[in-house]
Design a protein around this ligand. Structure first.
Ligand SMILES: Cc1cc2nc3c(=O)[nH]c(=O)nc-3n(C[C@H](O)[C@H](O)[C@H](O)COP(=O)(O)OP(=O)(O)OC[C@H]3O[C@@H](n4cnc5c(N)ncnc54)[C@H](O)[C@@H]3O)c2cc1C
Length: 819
């Protein structure tokens, strides 16, 4: 049904949302609620006719990230009240959700998930198999070890919810046009100016692509990369089964790869098979509205086999239908939100991995705020479109990785688990050399990075478990060698940019919280803040010349940080940002013997007098012109050597030969993590991020508040300084080495929940479990408050006493590091 206000497409609108599935409709609903009544929603078929109409309708909430869990919790709150608001039925039922564990390791996972839920304030109760069966009498429990129950999970009718959101959108002035196809988006001066539809052209400020599985092809037309592909997804609907009642909770049985939901007295049963079938690999058929694919019984058979063991009544139940619908899935199993880094005012909300009904309410809210305010309501990094990069451009690669993620939907989510498909993709020039020396690689943004090194005769392979994993001793060795002698880390995957131009300093002065107006050769560790004072980027800036800065940031943040910097260069300034990641390999030489080793292969003077901490010099090393950055993330004397890529192997070989007399060794990223935890260095996307300010993170020292230089985020920091902080990042340790901290464990102060661990691991020098996390208190948090508490950490639902610390656990006398 086309908009009731008018049948004629308007000539202009502030915001055009493309796609009338649950996500586009929810976005339009929220834009309407925010007062943007000049929003238009355009759907080429009918509302819900894409993927939404054939969803099963389970609405779960728990994710491994607090804010994404909050987003799904928002959906539940919205769906609870929507029917009352719009007088349009939604089919919402809050019967709760059950999750089963059928072996000890799964039970450990579920207990850890329960603690995660507690950390995020979500009710998740552990049940015995018998208690679970009382809630779901038709299931067998012979193999069940335990279960978890989330009382606020539920289910909805996907089409009804969407139509209800559409009604709510219209009630707030949004116009909806069905049977109207967006054919093109017009771009001028790098930003969106209009959409061209089958019924006319609409001039607009902003476009929101909510085209579900079609989002990738739509975005491609304007040079935007949306890494998703379509995969077939099936569920079976049975006739009525005696004993199935309408108050049945939803049921997830991950060890049998299946899920269940009550449906008019029968059951919906679906699942995630390991060998998912991609769809539309050669393009989409025309007019795929309210369309399904042929039922594939042969393929579904494997799930039926598993389900019969859980619900024997299925054996005799009549089958109404086997729904086979394609849905968009992504390489990391999370959806995609935000403004495209390639195109201003072009937003995306797509790739919902079969939880678009659960996420739709919250995602629409977040996307609407993002569109209006230019930023999301809170940190949404796990779903941010900028988490992708060069590795996600090739559709074949995206499909390979996505099928792996699809198949792992219900498999154990092991700590430190790595993907295995589409590898190796991006390789440092040292890849082969390090592989021969036993490197076990992990992957980030497509880059292969050594995580740890195997001993001679040991297989370089992670063996996953919830206990200490097989690499624990190897990483300990690398850690201790870095503390005692010297090691080399291949950090070539670092993202590297150059900002060049007469106004480069002026631009960075505005974007950086720390003072960059230093002389050539200075190296500045800085954060870049949003207007709330939250940390958007955490990186190193080197002044290479009067008009040139070299910027180094984490591998995974290449797209995000580049986008942040480019967007925030004040208009009118002459400064150009270039990505030079591929141009430089990076070898970090770290440890008390680092100078002795490096000095053997360079004729430049590396003494502390000539080459101070926090500076950069271009030096000659083994025939290569090397930018040597005197900096450390592991708390030891050392240099990051940024080497033009073609010289990297020579420099590596020279370092290893020169270092022989000091027992130099290779070390990997897991050693870096352990070393930095001891030293108290923060990690972006876990300890720090857009929701945390430097004052809350204990990094006020890196902000130029005492200087008379304005910078983005300064005002927020100043007022927070005056008012005091309400949360503070603290370090905790547990002495019992049998306890394993992985992050997200709940922090209790005097028996009351005050936060959760943002990162955690083991410190081999201090021989303790280490965790970092924010302690929160609405009345304010200061040192006296923190010191006066007794602390515990909940690990897998068990509480352990822990100590709080305010200084680095390991401080190898900074004078030594700096000399
Ligand atoms: C079998 C199956 C079971 C599922 N079960 C669940 C579940 O239990 N719980 C859950 O949360 N999720 C589930 N899902 C997932 C859920 O259905 C999706 O995540 C969700 O519907 C995606 O919504 P969307 O708005 O992103 O996409 P869609 O509903 O596909 O909407 C996109 C719309 O964009 C339109 N469009 C595309 N291009 C254009 C253009 N150029 N111009 C105009 N319009 C255009 C399309 O016509 C389409 O209507 C399931 C999915 C499947 C396949």
């Amino acid at each position: 049904m086309t908009d009731s206000k008018s049948d004629t497409l308007p000539k202009d609108a502030r915001i055009v949302v493309i796609g009338g599935g649950i996500v586009g409709t929810s976005t339009a609903y929220h834009l309407g609620k925010m007062g943007y009544s000049d929003t238009i929603l355009i759907e080429r078929g009918k509302l819900t006719s894409g993927t939404t109409f054939h969803a099963a309708g389970l609405v779960g909430q728990l994710r491994s990230n607090a804010n994404i869990t909050q987003l799904l919790g928002y959906s539940v709150d919205l769906y609870k009240n929507l029917e009352k608001e719009t007088e349009q039925a939604t089919g919402w039922k809050m019967n709760g959700g059950l999750r089963l564990a059928c072996n000890e390791e799964r039970w450990t996972e579920v207990k850890r998930q329960a603690t995660t839920a507690h950390s995020f304030g979500l009710d998740m109760q552990l049940l015995t198999p018998k208690e679970a069966q009382e809630l779901w009498p038709m299931m067998t429990i012979d193999d069940v070890v335990g279960a978890a129950f989330l009382p606020t999970d539920g289910q909805a009718n996907p089409s009804d919810i969407t139509l209800s959101l559409a009604k709510g959108a219209r009630m707030n002035g949004v116009s909806i046009f069905e049977d109207t196809e967006v054919l093109d988006v017009e771009v001028e001066d790098g930003k969106v100016v209009a959409v061209v539809t089958s019924k006319g052209r609409i001039v607009c400020d902003k476009v929101v692509n909510c085209c579900g599985q079609w989002a990738r092809q739509e975005a491609k037309k304007v040079g935007v990369n949306v890494p998703l592909v379509s995969v077939e997804h099936q569920f079976m609907i049975t006739e009525k089964i005696e004993g199935i009642t309408s108050d049945l909770p939803t049921l997830r049985d991950p060890d049998r790869l299946t899920y269940y939901k009550e449906d008019v007295g029968g059951l919906v049963m679906g699942g995630y098979e390991p060998n998912g079938i991609p769809w539309a690999t050669k393009g989409f058929p025309e007019k795929f509205h309210f369309s399904l694919l042929d039922s594939n019984w042969d393929h579904f058979e494997q799930l039926i086999e598993l389900a019969l063991g859980r619900v024997p009544a299925l054996e005799t139940a009549g089958v109404r239908e086997l729904i086979n619908g394609p849905e968009s899935f992504t390489p990391d199993g999370n959806f995609i939100l935000g403004e495209a880094p390639e195109l201003k005012n072009y937003f995306v909300g797509a790739g919902f991995n079969a939880f678009g009904i659960a996420a739709g309410g919250g995602a629409g809210m977040a996307l609407a705020e993002w569109v209006v305010n230019g930023e999301p309501p809170y940190d949404l990094w796990p779903v941010d479109i900028r988490r992708f990069g060069r590795a996600h451009f090739d559709t074949d690669w995206v499909r390979k990785r996505t099928l792996e993620a699809y198949g792992k939907h219900y498999t154990m989510a092991w700590p430190f688990e790595e993907h295995s498909s589409g590898r190796p993709n991006r390789r440092s020039p040292l890849y082969d050399v390090l592989e021969k020396q036993g490197a076990c690689f992990g992957e980030k943004l497509g880059w292969e990075r050594p995580n740890w090194f195997a001993n001679k005769g040991q297989e370089a392979k992670d063996i996953y478990s919830f206990e200490r994993q097989n690499w624990f001793e190897n990483v300990g060795k690398e850690h201790l060698l870095t503390r005692s002698n010297v090691t080399v880390f291949d950090q070539s995957s670092f993202a590297k940019f150059k900002l060049v131009g007469p106004d480069a300093e002026k631009a960075l002065s505005w974007i950086c919280a720390n003072d960059v107006s230093k002389k050539t050769g200075a190296l500045i560790y800085t954060q870049m803040l949003n207007d709330r004072g939250g940390i958007e980027c955490d990186l190193t800036v080197v002044r290479v010349a009067e008009n040139e800065f070299y910027i180094v940031t984490g591998t995974g943040y290449a797209t995000h940080d580049f986008d942040w910097i480019r967007k925030n260069i004040p208009e009118g300034l002459n400064a150009q940002l270039v990505d030079v990641t591929s141009g430089y390999s990076v070898l970090s030489v770290m440890g008390p013997d680092a100078r002795k080793v490096l000095q053997k292969i360079s004729s430049d003077d590396l003494s502390n007098e000539n080459f101070a901490f926090g500076t950069m010099q271009t030096i000659g090393v083994a025939g290569a012109p090397v930018m040597a950055l005197r900096v450390t993330y592991v708390g030891e004397l050392g240099w990051e050597l940024h080497i033009p890529t073609e010289f990297a192997i020579n420099v590596y070989q020279a370092l290893m030969t020169a270092g022989e007399e000091y027992d130099i060794g290779n070390a990997g990223y897991r050693a870096i993590e352990s070393l930095r935890l001891e030293k108290g260095y923060r990690a972006w996307a876990s300890d720090i991020g857009p929701d945390h300010t430097p004052l809350e993170a204990g990094m006020g020292w890196a902000c130029k508040l005492k200087k008379d230089i304005d910078f983005k985020g300064r005002k927020a920091l100043e007022s927070q300084k005056e008012e005091g902080v309400k949360k503070s990042l603290c370090c905790f340790t547990i002495d019992d080495t049998d306890v394993i901290l992985l992050g997200r464990e709940t922090i209790y102060r005097n028996g009351k929940r005050v936060g959760w661990l943002t990162s955690a691991g083991f410190g081999y020098t201090v021989n303790k479990n280490i965790g970092y996390g924010y302690v929160r208190n609405d009345e304010g948090v200061n040192r006296a408050y923190l010191e006066s508490g007794e602390y515990e950490l909940e690990v897998g639902t068990v509480r352990h006493k822990c100590a709080i610390h305010f200084n680095a656990l390991f401080d190898p006398k900074m004078e030594k590091v700096k000399q």
